[in-house]
Design a protein around this ligand. Structure first.
Ligand code: GLN
Length: 277
C-alpha cells in the first residue's frame, strides 16, 4: 500500500516535471504567443503547422505509420534549409484552416488552394503546385457526365474548392450534395454506392485512381483556365507569422534552385502505380 502511494506520488511528480519542461522550452507557450501576437518579433522556438489527414500524394499515412507526401517532404526540406523547427499535426483540412484562423496553430500546408476569398483571412506563400478540380464516379456506375447526376446525391469535402465547385453546379445539373470531413470517407461513400459522385482536386483524385486505392473514374474536370484552377500555397493567418512565411518562401526558392523540389514532386507524381495499393 505504502509503496504504491509513493509510486503514485512519484509518478505525479514526474508528470508535473515533464509538463513544465514541455511548456518551458518547446513550442507550447511559444506557439500560443505567436498565435495571439504575431507581430512580436520573437519567432517561436517551434512552429505548430497543420495538415490534412488523407490527401495523397500531398499528405498521407505511409506504411510505417508516418506521414508522407509532397507537402510533408517540402516542409521538411524547407525547414532544414531555413533552420526552423516545427510540430506537424494532421487534423483534417477544414480543422487546419480553422485552427490557424483562431490562432491555435501557426500555419497550414495541406494542398491548400490560393483563392482571393481566402486571401482576406490568410497570407499565402508563393504557389508551389498547380491544381484543378474534378468529379468522379464509381467505375461501373454507368454515369458518364454531369447530366447523368440529375436527381442524385453527390459527396463533397467540407471547406474545399471542389465543394464550392459542386455547389455552383448543383442547380444546373439537378443534384444534391452531402459533405464529408475527409477525402477517404468521401470516396467510400461513392464506392459503397451511397453517393453517385464525389468532387475532389484532380491531382489527388487521379493519384488515388492510378494507385488502385479507389475504384473511381473521373467524368468531368474544371477548365484549367477557369477560376477553379488554382495553385497550392502554404498559409499563415493574415498579418501573423510573417517571418515564417518569409522562411517558407526563401526555403522554397532555395530547394527549387538546388533540385530538391523537383526530386520531391517527381517522387510522388512520376512514380508508377506499383508504389502502393
Ligand atoms: N485544394 C483544395 C482546397 O484548398 C482541397 C484541399 C484539401 O482537401 N486538403 O480547397
Amino acid at each position: 500500500m505504502k509503496l504504491r502511494q509513493i509510486g503514485a506520488a512519484l509518478g505525479g511528480m514526474l508528470l508535473a516535471a515533464s509538463l513544465v519542461a514541455c511548456g518551458g522550452s518547446q513550442g507550447g507557450n511559444a506557439t500560443a504567443s505567436s498565435g495571439s501576437n504575431g507581430t512580436d518579433s520573437a519567432a517561436p522556438a517551434k512552429y505548430k503547422i497543420e495538415t490534412d489527414v488523407a490527401f495523397a500524394p500531398f499528405e498521407f499515412l505511409g506504411t510505417s505509420n508516418q506521414y508522407e507526401g509532397i507537402d510533408i517532404e517540402l516542409l521538411s526540406a524547407i525547414a532544414k534549409d531555413q533552420g526552423f523547427e516545427y510540430d506537424l499535426d494532421a487534423v483534417g483540412f477544414d480543422a487546419a484552416l480553422q485552427n490557424v484562423q483562431s490562432g491555435q496553430a501557426d500555419a497550414v500546408i495541406a494542398g491548400m488552394s490560393i483563392t482571393n476569398e481566402r486571401k482576406e483571412v490568410f497570407d499565402f506563400s508563393e504557389p508551389y503546385f498547380d491544381s484543378t478540380v474534378c468529379a468522379a464516379v464509381k467505375s461501373d456506375s454507368g454515369i458518364k457526365s454531369l447530366d447523368d447526376l440529375k436527381g442524385k446525391n453527390v459527396a463533397t469535402k467540407t471547406g474545399t474548392m471542389s465543394a464550392k465547385w459542386a455547389e455552383s453546379l448543383k442547380d444546373k445539373y439537378g443534384f444534391t450534395t452531402t459533405e464529408f470531413k475527409d477525402s477517404d470517407i468521401m470516396y467510400q461513400d461513392v464506392t459503397s454506392g451511397n453517393s453517385a459522385a464525389c468532387f475532389e482536386d484532380t491531382p489527388v483524385m487521379k493519384y488515388a485512381i492510378s494507385t488502385g486505392s479507389v475504384d473511381l473514374a473521373v467524368i468531368e474536370e474544371a477548365d484549367a483556365q477557369s477560376e477553379w484552377a488554382t495553385p497550392y500555397g502554404f498559409a499563415v493567418k493574415k498579418g501573423q507569422n510573417a517571418e515564417l512565411l518569409k522562411k517558407f518562401n526563401d526555403g522554397l526558392a532555395n530547394i527549387k534552385k538546388n533540385g530538391t523540389f523537383d526530386e520531391i514532386v517527381n517522387k510522388y507524381t512520376k512514380a508508377d502505380a506499383s508504389t502502393s495499393k
